[in-house]
Ligand binder design. Structure first.
Ligand code: SAM
Length: 287
């Protein structure tokens, strides 16, 4: 079994619930899921990795109702609060069976043992989360496992708004937000600190190609961040810790204070509604 890696736990006060409800974020995810869904048989078997508060299973269940397909969906996530929220707010309806399993993606093979068909599954997904898996070999290992459990013709979808392309359209606004939040905390940047590796979209594509799957769709999409969406992000632990990742003494500053600084910075910057570029890819296992 893998040692659980460090991640900042969600809680009642700091979580992904509000951002996962954002219209632009939902629509972007829904559109990619719908592309995969169109290729799924009925019944199908789907594994959603880093399910969080349940967005992907919720959208798949909704599509099953609309299009009268049947499916079984397993969502995996290590976060207790996110899982509780997902279990509470995912309504499978008569066509679906949904189970949420607690654990890290690196441990997927063990977590799924005895739960998935021996012949493989029809769909695996990892939305807005690959960048949260910190180690490079873990990212590759997770994608390799996701590919290996697909049956011939099976589909994988991945998206990430944390690639080198993410800030392409609004770099100045994101830069100002960070600078203002640092200033509010009196924080200094640690220029020596080894930055966490941010991948290019092409690198993610290559990681998927290396699993043996064929890329059948990819796009870079612009996601408009409304002010409420920005406030919601400022309450999501992984985003908060990411912004302050290179601040000297970051460990001594509580999450609450960092979140407050971001919210105050947003207020000062007023109507700043930057865009984020989201990279998405869909791949298929050969028949
Ligand atoms: C930004 S949320 C996205 C959740 C969901 N896929 C969505 O799009 O709404 C990222 C999720 O990745 C999860 N995560 C972080 N590290 C993980 C790991 N090693 N294995 C599985 N999930 C992980 C977090 O707990 C969090 O729920």
């Amino acid at each position: 079994m893998q040692m659980a890696e460090h991640w900042t736990a969600q809680s009642e006060a700091f979580n992904f619930v509000a951002f996962a409800k954002d219209k632009a974020y939902r629509e972007l995810n829904r559109a990619l899921i719908a592309k995969a869904f169109a290729r799924l048989p009925s019944p199908f078997f789907h594994v959603d990795v880093a399910s969080g508060t349940g967005l992907v299973p919720q959208e798949v269940c909704a599509l099953c109702q609309e299009q009268d397909k049947r499916g079984t969906i397993i969502g995996i996530d290590p976060d207790r609060f996110a899982l509780e929220s997902a279990r509470k707010h995912t309504h499978p309806g008569p066509n679906c069976v949904v189970e949420f399993v607690k654990g890290v993606a690196q441990d997927m093979a063990r977590l799924l043992a005895g739960k998935i068909p021996r012949a493989g599954v029809d769909y695996t997904s990892i939305h807005d989360a690959i960048h949260e898996i910190k180690r490079e070999d873990d990212k590759r290992g997770v994608l390799a496992t996701m590919a290996s459990i697909l049956n011939p013709g099976g589909i994988l979808t991945l998206n990430s708004a944390f690639t080198t392309a993410a800030l392409e359209e609004s770099a100045m606004v994101w830069g100002r937000l960070k600078a203002k939040a640092f200033a509010i905390l009196g924080g200094k940047r640690d220029r020596q600190m080894a930055a966490i590796k941010i991948h290019t979209p092409e690198e993610y594509r290559q990681m998927i190609v290396e699993t043996g799957l064929e890329v059948i769709h990819e796009a870079k999409l612009l996601m408009k961040m409304s002010h409420p969406a920005m406030e919601a992000l400022a309450r999501y632990p992984a985003f908060i810790e990411g912004v302050f990742g290179d601040m000297v003494g970051k460990e001594q500053v509580p999450l609450e204070a960092k979140s407050r600084a971001l919210l105050e910075a947003l207020k000062i910057l007023g109507s700043a509604e930057p865009s984020r570029v989201c990279y998405e890819v869909m791949a298929q296992r050969g028949i």
